[in-house]
Design a protein around this ligand. Structure first.
Ligand code: NI
Length: 158
C-alpha cells in the first residue's frame, strides 16, 4: 500500500465572520480576521491518496487527481472571495478548518467519477494557510461542518 501526495496552490480572500453572531461578537471572536473588507492567503492544498501499485508500478494516476482537484477546488476557489463565491461559506465562517472540510467533502463526493475502480482511495487533505498554520482532515473523520465553528482563535494574517 502506498500513499501519494500531490500539492496544489490557489490564492483567495476571506473574512472570518459568523452570520449568526452580532458584529461586536464577531470582532471579539475573530479580531483582525473580521475586518470588513477581508484579506487574502496563498493556500497550499495537499491531497493524499492511497492504494496498491498497479501493473504500471503506480498507485495513483496523477493526471486524474489533478483534473479532479482542478475542477472541484482550484477553479471554484482560486482568485475568489470564499465568503461570497463558495455557497457553504455564506453559512459558516471560512476558517481553514472549514475550508479543509469542504475540500475533503468535494473530493470525496466526486472521487468515484475520477477513480471508478476499488483503488486508490482519498486518504487525507491538508490545507496550509500560512507557513505556520496547517489543517488536516481525513474523509469520514468529520462530517461537513460538524467542526465547531467558533473554536479558532489563533488565526494569522501574513
Ligand atoms: Ni485569514
Amino acid at each position: 500500500m502506498f500513499r501519494v501526495t500531490r500539492r496544489y496552490r490557489f490564492a483567495a480572500s476571506h473574512r472570518l465572520h459568523a452570520p449568526q453572531l452580532s458584529d461586536p461578537e464577531n470582532r471579539q471572536l475573530y479580531g483582525k480576521c473580521n475586518n470588513p473588507y477581508g484579506h487574502g492567503h496563498n493556500y497550499e492544498v495537499e491531497v493524499s491518496a492511497r492504494g496498491p501499485l498497479d501493473a504500471s508500478g503506480r498507485a495513483v494516476d496523477a493526471e486524474r487527481l489533478d483534473e479532479l482537484v482542478k475542477r472541484q477546488v482550484l477553479e471554484p476557489f482560486g482568485h475568489r472571495n470564499l465568503n461570497a463565491d463558495v455557497s457553504c461559506f455564506a453559512r459558516v465562517a471560512p476558517t481553514s478548518e472549514n475550508l479543509a472540510v469542504e475540500i475533503c467533502r468535494r473530493l470525496q463526493e466526486n472521487w468515484s467519477r475520477a477513480f471508478p475502480g476499488e483503488w486508490p482511495k482519498l486518504d487525507r487533505v491538508r490545507v496550509a494557510e500560512t507557513a505556520r498554520n496547517i489543517f488536516e482532515v481525513k474523509p469520514f473523520e468529520v462530517k461537513p461542518f460538524e467542526v465547531k465553528r467558533f473554536q479558532v482563535k489563533a488565526h494569522e494574517i501574513e
